[in-house]
Design a protein around this ligand. Sequence first.
Ligand code: SF4
Ligand code: SF4
Ligand code: FES
Length: 256
Amino acid sequence: MKGILLTGDKPVIPENTKMIPVYIMGKRYMVPETLTIQKAFEYAGYQWIRGCGCRGGICGACATVYRIMGDHKLYFGLACQTVVKEDMVLAQIPFYPYKRKYHDVENSEPTAETMIANYPEILKCVGCNTCTRACPMDIKVMDYINCAIRGDIERCAKLSLDCIMCGLCTSRCPAQITHYNVAMFARRLTGAKIYKRANHLKARVQEINSGKYDKFMKELTELSDEELKRRYVEEREWEPLNSRDIGWKPQDERFL
Ligand code: SF4
Ligand code: SF4
Ligand code: FES
């Protein structure tokens, strides 16, 4: 990130960094212009006890809504990824009520009828596309809901693959759809009913059930935190990014 020395989660602000005003919970603070919203909150003295998870754009816990003073538009983003702007007026949405649904994947078919039976509200979509505009992951949310309505379950699953379940789409939908759960159901149906079962997965499950890894697991669970960290950081054999291309295998093949 421009202008910040990263030391774990604590930014060290270089001298002469420009300070800009932002509004947190209605109060004005001057913060370095290079910080993310999450770090600006901390700089202003707030401590994250809700609405913060991975700090890396993956968990969806830090859903944020903001306006810029004098601009009528509502903007959306992840607090851990979005850099502050001058006169930002910030509100966090650490949790948004959602429709919880038990998905009976084994006894369901990947069809429009299944999706509509589980989430009849998807038929109330008015095509406003607000969900797509709210999504910090640039997912075509309205499109995947339309795929669910049409019964194109695989495309619904593919379009929604990057969903981090932040709930911002759901906070805006006039049809009160819980999009991310519709998408999760589509992905589960796709994995269970559309894609072929992977043979290597079956073999690995059999190995696990046969107790092949029990001894290693027992050894790991009995280690102290320090020893676990040491092994993870110092001893672990890192898999290279191009492992498939070069046919890479670890030196220690006991866990293969
Ligand atoms: S689809 Fe909805 S829940 Fe998923 S990342 Fe986008 S806004 Fe968040
Ligand atoms: S916000 Fe709701 S009603 Fe509007 S397009 Fe998205 S799913 Fe449809
Ligand atoms: S804290 Fe996990 S996505 Fe921002």
